[in-house]
Design a protein. Structure first.
Length: 283
């Protein structure tokens, strides 16, 4: 696996399609899960685990690894699928999503799943944990980085902004937050539930450097996350514009697919969409 890292853009695109197929199959087999927000962050996770993060799948607790906190823990199927193809555990384990006795439950568990650095699920808490990790790295004079993936609806939580203030106050240049900005949450459009605008200006006002990317465009993602270009004296926020349900025509930009599993017939149609998208080079 390591021999062909980092991956080319074409390889990353192929990997993203494979991950999307796994996500859909896992959730359909489980009969429950969160397809919309899992599909929206696929390119972000694939870019991180294949071209950005310093990790050792054969040694998940390697002390010098970079850390990732999936604050929007309900998107665990995406994380599991990427960890599996990256080699942290056999892909056959994906079949056990949400099943009794399986390591792969509805939210990530750092005590059970190889490669998971933090148990998450209660929205709003992940950035605080990531800030603490980044502070710990500084105290240890360690050079590993911390990455936190947030949901846009999650940014309506007050604790996010407390963590944002703390990270800027301590000038945590070793911390990167990535916002999966798909514009939807379980109750509908974020702008209608509680508007986040002006989103970039808010993070800048809190003392963060902000970069904006198309969250499905690998060149833009890789450029924004290039560790050599990270600010030295302030945390980095990468706002990634994404599509909820990306790659599946009847799921895209539909809030009702936030937490509903596809039926066998819908799964077949969704996999067909991915196959057609691969032929057209769309996703």
């Amino acid at each position: 696996m390591e021999a062909d890292l980092p991956r080319s853009i074409h390889q990353l695109q192929q990997q993203a399609r494979e991950v999307r197929r796994d996500i859909l199959k896992m959730i359909a087999a489980a009969g429950s899960g969160h397809p919309g927000g899992s599909l929206s962050l696929v390119e972000l996770l694939v870019a991180l685990y294949f071209n950005i993060l310093r990790v050792k799948p054969e040694d998940p607790r390697w002390p010098h690894r970079d850390r990732l906190v999936l604050s929007k823990g309900h998107a665990a199927p995406a994380l599991y699928a990427v960890l599996a193809v990256r080699g942290f555990f056999p892909r056959s384990k994906l079949e056990g999503l949400r099943r009794l006795g399986s390591e792969l439950q509805g939210h990530p568990d750092m005590n059970k799943v190889p490669g998971v650095d933090m148990s998450t699920g209660s929205l709003g808490q992940g950035l605080s944990v990531a800030t603490g990790m980044a502070l710990a790295a500084r105290l240890d004079r360690a050079d590993w980085r911390v990455y936190a993936i947030l949901g846009d609806g999650e940014c309506q939580e007050g604790q996010i902004w407390e963590a944002a203030m703390a990270a800027a106050h301590y000038r945590l240049g070793n911390l990167t937050a990535i916002l999966d900005w798909n514009g939807l949450q379980i109750d509908g459009p974020t702008e209608r539930v509680i508007s986040l605008d002006p989103l970039a200006a808010k993070w800048e006002a809190f003392g963060w450097q902000v970069r904006r990317v198309d969250g499905h465009n690998f060149p833009e993602i890789l450029e924004a996350l290039d560790r050599k270009a990270a600010p030295a004296d302030k945390p980095l926020m990468v706002i990634a514009r994404t599509v909820k349900g990306k790659g599946v025509s009847f799921m895209e930009n539909r809030s009702e697919w936030h937490g509903v599993a596809p039926s066998p017939q819908e799964l077949e149609e969704a996999l067909g969409d991915l196959e057609n998208g691969a032929k057209e080079g769309a996703c």
